[in-house]
Design a protein around this ligand. Structure first.
Ligand SMILES: [Cu+2]
Length: 120
């Protein structure tokens, strides 16, 4: 039970460190556009410096997609082509690799729609 509690605490702490929160009206250090289409994100690998505040601008080149960064509690819809864009901020608080993925079923290759954020 104690071990379980410790695990839970560490998990919650990790989540808090990665969550896109508290940017305090700061201007983004980088604005990165990502295009989604069946069945890939472009770019699918993003390299950031620790401490960067990034604003992702997400568009689709075809149908509905989603953008989820599980470790940061981010999950939003990307509207279909020519229906606008979605924006979300992410603070690269910790070094490491953080996966992102499509979160809206978009066809046979949906599970292949993945990418990685590398924080150095
Ligand atoms: Cu999908």
């Amino acid at each position: 039970m104690v071990v379980l509690m410790k695990l839970l605490t560490v998990t919650l702490l990790g989540y808090a460190l990665l969550a896109a929160q508290g940017d305090g009206g700061r201007k983004p250090d980088r604005v990165i556009s990502i295009a989604a289409e069946r069945f890939a994100f472009n770019p699918s690998k993003i390299t950031l410096k620790q401490g960067d505040l990034v604003e992702f601008v997400l568009t689709s080149d075809d149908t509905d997609h989603g953008f989820r960064i599980p470790s940061a509690g981010i999950d939003l819809a990307i509207p279909p082509q020519s229906r606008g864009e979605a924006r979300v901020r992410f603070i690269a608080k910790e070094k490491g690799e953080f996966a992102f993925e499509c979160s809206r079923p978009c066809g046979a290759g949906h599970n292949l729609m993945r990418g990685i954020i590398e924080v150095k």
